[in-house]
Design a protein around this ligand. Sequence first.
Ligand code: NAI
Length: 245
Amino acid sequence: MPKDRIAVITGASRGIGRSIALALAAQGATIVAVDMDQAATDAIVAELKAAGGKALGVVGNVTVPADVERMIDAATEAFGRVDILVNNAGITRDGLLMRMKEEDWDAVLTVNLKGAFLCTRAAFKVMSKQRYGRIINIASVVGQMGNAGQANYCASKAGLIGLTKSNARELAKRNVTVNAVAPGFIATAMTDALSDKVRAELTAQIPLERLGSADDIANAVVFLASEASGYITGHVLSVNGGMYM
Ligand code: NAI
């Protein structure tokens, strides 16, 4: 990847977003790290700089159009371009359908799907003029196969796959590619807390017999953000150890 690429990453301060930020920075990209909380955003910027990278933090909420405009403006004012957008910010509000509250439905659809729409629309304004862009949406295996107790989350991630394909068709003429990465079960602080029995049940569904790591996802994002993936658009790259194919 050329050293001067500018990458905006939402939800960059922890988990998968943090690994993506560190991996893109290791390839020489300048990172615009977006998250909701000042302290967490400052911490990832400090970590990126300590690793020798260039980074700017923007505190903002992907569901608020003015925040989204501000984060893209901050990137262009500081660095002049937006080459890569990673729509990673996401939430869950799990519950069985009959007990699911409308507010839980709305919250998940708004962050996971509307947030990606708003960020893409704002970033494309810049990418369109540049005639270059790489947009990567972080979906989920459950958006491909469904999951009991996650109707809102699965609908949001399936919707994100539809948004990916639609935008891929529409933005291609400006040399902007749009792809999704669909992680399987990824080891996080949440999965660390699972009992051995539950962990064994999860692992039994995965041909590669392990949970994925945030770095497994980051490696896929680095490829889709690079020059090497220039003829790939509208693709959903499963990074799931084979649990769904
Ligand atoms: P996480 O909860 O550790 O991190 C999400 C980040 O997004 C947090 O820093 C949070 O502050 C930020 N965020 C949430 N709402 C936001 C908003 N409205 N505006 C700006 N930032 C916001 O989550 P994790 O596990 O790292 O997941 C990252 C992405 O990967 C999500 O889209 C998630 O759905 C997806 N994913 C995660 C899997 C897993 O096993 N952890 C599996 C499949 C997909």
